[in-house]
Design a binder for this molecule. Structure first.
Ligand SMILES: Nc1ncnc2c1ncn2[C@@H]1O[C@H](COP(=O)(O)OP(=O)(O)OP(=O)(O)O)[C@@H](O)[C@H]1O
Ligand SMILES: [Mg+2]
Length: 414
């Protein structure tokens, strides 16, 4: 499938907010001529094609197509998955995304947060709103950093991106592919979403060339920005606040104002994680005859992880337990030990001094352990210390129980 040159001209003109007359004036041709080009009833000559490329800053695609004797270009990728049906909260993060992606040179924006916090939903929602600003295409590449599958190889991802961009020959090496990708994107304006990144090494070869494109990365881990690019901006995606989470629940289950406190308790049992909140909604919808208060006791009581795990496993690659556990498995031994203690003693907020006291280690070791936990987004930085969400503590307790029982299979303790 191809895109007509008229469509290319039309998209770029609309992006700049110009009327037909304004574009005509800029290229010194008549308005009716530009109108015919856009409608596809006239093919521009090479001089007009070059003028259009120049004023519209298309990277030369119109003149190249004319010179090759074609009337259309390869299809412009529009690969976004559907947007989430409704997005609660996130006004601040959406604003930051718009701000950072408008930064002058080659913006790279990293959305980072714990399992199921809503990174992909946020990125995809924003991308749908702004897709028209990227007339050369919107690309979406899942990198499988945490899905349980092998993380995507950069060389394979590049081969896909290059062929989507219309490259006829794909170089054999990863470096060759990365160089061609940067060359082809140099004067383009594309949006590339790299979803669920595993590491900096995985994403570094995938960055675009030039300055007109935006790369949006999501990851459960803190990627080292220095090696991605000095200009990378980080947007933390925290769990939803109790109020926002309660509002989301209220809307989705059509609850009344009297239910606010009960919904707050459920929100707390879900630690404000959208993936868990959606699962809680399913549980409530599955039991239309049961009192909300009774269901809330399950969703926020001591067995909340068990109930939410079963419900999340229905439509995610894995349940919330495995989602969090994937990050726990990446901790160094000391950070893992700290998490074990946070779970066993059900500690909500800790400082490095607390950790040093509890484990009998030096403050600098305690600080390093907390940095490890922050790096995997298993705790969140707050002014009063590091906050470990309740669901994470419950996962840690289950893992403790499993290892104490000497079990090789993981089971979910209540
Ligand atoms: N702000 C939100 N409001 C309502 N629903 C949301 C919100 N954020 C995410 N969701 C929903 O929660 C679920 C999980 O979201 P999403 O997949 O974006 O999380 P994630 O952080 O990308 O997870 P992972 O760590 O597995 O990549 C999805 O069903 C999504 O539609
Ligand atoms: Mg995701």
């Amino acid at each position: 499938m191809n895109v007509s040159l008229g469509e290319v001209v039309h998209r770029h003109r609309r992006l700049r907010g110009w009327t037909l007359a304004q574009l005509a004036t800029r290229v010194s041709y008549s308005e009716s001529m530009i109108c015919k080009v856009e409608k596809g009833t006239r093919t521009p000559d090479l001089a007009l094609a070059k003028a259009l490329d120049e004023v519209l800053e298309t990277g030369g695609v119109i003149a190249r197509t004319i010179a090759a004797g074609r009337a259309s270009t390869p299809v412009i990728p529009a690969q976004l998955p559907p947007p989430p049906p409704d997005l609660y909260g996130r006004a601040r993060e959406l604003h930051q995304l718009t701000e950072f992606s408008a930064a002058k040179r080659s913006p790279v924006v990293v959305l980072e947060g714990m399992a199921g916090a809503g990174k992909t939903a946020l990125g995809v929602h924003w991308a749908h709103q702004h897709a028209a600003s990227y007339p050369d295409g919107v690309f979406y590449a899942p990198l499988h950093g945490h899905t349980g599958r092998a993380p995507a190889e950069p060389g394979d991802v590049l081969a896909g991106l290059l062929s989507d961009l219309g490259a006829k020959e794909i170089p054999a090496t990863v470096d060759g592919r990365a160089r061609l990708w940067r060359s082809l994107t140099h004067s383009a304006r594309i949006l590339l979403i790299l979803d669920d990144a595993d590491s900096t090494e995985q994403v570094a070869p995938l960055l675009c060339g030039g300055s007109g494109s935006v790369v949006l990365i999501t990851s459960r881990r803190r990627l080292s920005e220095r090696t991605i690019r000095a200009a990378a901006s980080r947007i933390p995606v925290p769990p939803l606040s109790r109020d926002t989470a309660a509002r989301m629940l209220a809307d989705l289950i059509h609850a009344g104002p009297d239910d606010h406190a009960t919904l707050g308790a459920i929100a707390e049992g879900c630690s404000g994680l959208p993936v868990a909140l959606r699962a809680a909604v399913e549980v409530i919808r599955d039991h239309p005859g049961r009192a909300l208060m009774e269901l809330a006791a399950h969703l926020s009581g001591p067995r909340h992880l068990h109930v939410l795990n079963t419900a999340t496993a229905r439509d995610q690659d894995s349940g919330i337990f495995r989602m969090v556990e994937t990050s726990v498995r990446r901790l160094n031994p000391l950070a893992a030990r700290v998490l074990q203690v946070l779970g066993a003693r059900d500690i909500d907020v800790v400082t490095a001094d607390d950790v040093a006291d509890q484990l009998g280690i030096s403050t600098s070791d305690a600080e390093e352990a907390l940095v490890g936990l922050l790096g995997e987004n298993l705790v969140l930085a707050r002014p009063d210390g590091c906050h470990c969400p309740r669901l994470v503590r419950s996962v840690a307790r289950s893992l403790n129980a499993t290892s104490e029982a000497g079990d090789s299979t993981l089971r979910i303790a209540s």
